[in-house]
Design a protein around this ligand. Structure first.
Ligand code: THU
Length: 159
């Protein structure tokens, strides 16, 4: 027996369903306004909530490098702060590369996977993760658990 993970691959953005393509456009728009003076890697994320609201975010860097924050968590935490009782359905992630065009999908970092997973656990619903570069293939994972197998969740903390 094997534990397996599944990612859906689209050859480019035009192959995406409308809802996913629209969310990715919002993420791209957010990436344009990222504050990334150190890495020059501008990331955008857009979160779709069950109530139809879309909340976007982008990476926020700092002269004290480690305190900067990824686009995904900026968007997720803002969504969770504004709509604490509303489940999150999807998150789209993209980036604008430094100098050369980004031709591969941008996956969330490990910390962001863990953060997405927290809201999956909170609401008991999977959060679809849409990953894209500026062009080329787009990946969709049906949940954070799919991108973070064998994850640590609240079940280990239950008394
Ligand atoms: N970054 C994100 O915003 N999201 C990711 O998933 C990967 C990395 C940001 C953090 C930092 O501002 C820059 O990209 C370079 O690591």
């Amino acid at each position: 027996m094997f534990l397996q993970t599944e990612i859906k691959v689209f050859s480019n953005r035009t192959q995406l369903p409308v809802k996913e393509a629209d969310l990715l456009n919002v993420a791209h728009e957010a990436a344009n306004h990222a504050y990334a003076p150190y890495s020059h890697f501008k990331v955008g994320a857009a979160v779709l909530l069950k109530n139809g609201h879309i909340v976007s975010g982008n990476n926020q860097e700092n002269a004290v490098y480690p305190i900067g924050m990824c686009a995904e968590r900026v968007a997720l935490f803002y969504a969770a702060a504004q709509f604490p009782e509303t489940p999150i359905e999807k998150i789209a992630i993209t980036a604008i590369g430094n100098e050369k065009e980004l031709c591969q999908p941008v996956p969330p970092c490990g910390s962001c996977r863990q953060a997405i997973l927290e809201y999956e656990t909170k609401f008991g619903k999977p959060i679809e993760i849409i990953m894209s570069g500026e062009k080329g293939e787009v990946y969709i994972a049906k949940s954070a658990a799919e991108l973070l197998p064998l994850s640590f969740t609240e079940i280990f903390l239950e008394k």
